[in-house]
Design a protein around this ligand. Structure first.
Ligand SMILES: Cc1cc2nc3c(=O)[nH]c(=O)nc-3n(C[C@H](O)[C@H](O)[C@H](O)COP(=O)(O)OP(=O)(O)OC[C@H]3O[C@@H](n4cnc5c(N)ncnc54)[C@H](O)[C@@H]3O)c2cc1C
Length: 285
């Protein structure tokens, strides 16, 4: 699939393209629409520390390119791509190098959250590098039972949090199995972050979560510059436009890279309607 031209064309709905230049071109277009970006280089599963170092180098080039082309954006990365499965120390050294370069460029680095087995190590690494460089943030998943405590800890340490629902299949011992409990927890954590967090990111495509956030900031008189909404590139573009025209800050998570196929399939799997969209396009072409 990754080498098929037709499949690549369809994937551009959710993925900026295979190269850094593709990602920069999409970023420029989004910036013109008053949308900021966070660039993600696809390729979670590295199989050696050498590959992790290559991923780090791609991110170093990305941070420099964002800086040099004056794009309103930052980067998001996954620790497994930086070698966490092989060595915590080496992974820390890789992200440290990136955060140091990003700090020189006055840029921010977001560390995505992966499945629950990685949460403690991810929090530890972000706390250490935030203390050292001041420009590293985290993601907290509302589906985890533990997240309220983690949100409070991040607020106390002035570490920027992106709040999302959580994307991995987790057992009921660690995560709420029912959507309504996840949503209830999401709203509770959103309020804590807006009250006490540092420039939180409310990452969701759920209209109810977005409405609850808008209502809360209006009721508490919280400035629209004190937080941002985040969504995935290509998903709910109608909602994205509404937020921007309503005067809210919006950042899109823009993936790029040659390993786009697993990411693309995950986005399709989340919504049967996406598969219909693809089929309609295939029939048209
Ligand atoms: C910027 C950003 C960063 C993220 N980072 C992480 C991370 O680091 N770790 C992590 O575990 N998860 C991450 N996620 C994913 C997140 O945890 C959810 O799995 C995902 O956002 C779907 O949840 P939702 O809040 O949109 O609500 P849902 O209840 O899942 O969906 C609400 C509505 O959103 C729309 N929607 C959702 N997904 C799609 C789709 N694929 N296609 C079309 N419509 C869709 C539909 O209208 C749906 O009814 C991130 C999400 C975003 C937006």
């Amino acid at each position: 699939m990754e080498t098929s031209a037709a499949a690549r064309r369809l994937a551009t709905r959710f993925v900026a393209g295979e190269t850094l230049d593709d990602a920069l071109a999409v970023s420029r277009r989004l910036n013109q629409e008053k949308i900021t970006v966070t660039l993600d280089h696809l390729g979670e599963s590295v199989s050696t520390l050498g590959e992790a170092a290559e991923a780090r180098d791609v991110y170093l080039r990305t941070v420099e390119a964002i800086h040099n082309s004056q794009i309103q954006g930052n980067v998001s990365l996954k620790l497994t791509q930086f070698g966490l499965d092989f060595s915590y120390e080496q992974c820390l050294a890789n992200v440290d190098q990136l955060a140091a370069r990003a700090a020189e460029c006055d840029e921010f680095v977001r560390v995505d959250m992966e499945s629950s087995e990685y949460v403690d190590r991810t929090l530890q690494l972000v706390k250490d590098l935030h203390q050292k460089h001041g420009n590293v943030g985290i993601v907290i998943q509302a589906y985890l039972h533990r997240s309220k405590k983690d949100v409070e800890d991040m607020c106390a340490r002035r570490i920027r949090v992106r709040l999302c629902k959580g994307a991995y299949l987790e057992p009921a011992t660690v995560a709420f199995p029912d959507k309504q409990d996840v949503d209830r927890n999401y709203v509770e954590l959103m309020k804590i972050l807006l009250d006490r967090g540092l420039y939180p990111a409310i990452a969701t495509h759920d209209e109810k979560m977005i409405a609850a956030t808008k209502e809360y900031v209006a009721a508490r008189n919280i400035s629209r510059d004190a937080f941002e909404f985040q969504m995935l590139y290509g998903i709910r573009r109608d909602l994205q436009r509404q937020l921007v025209s309503g005067g809210y800050r919006l950042r899109l998570y823009v993936p790029f890279g040659r390993a786009w196929y697993p990411y693309y399939m995950r986005r399709l799997a989340e919504r049967p309607a996406n598969v219909l969209f693809i089929l309609r396009n295939l029939l048209r072409s």
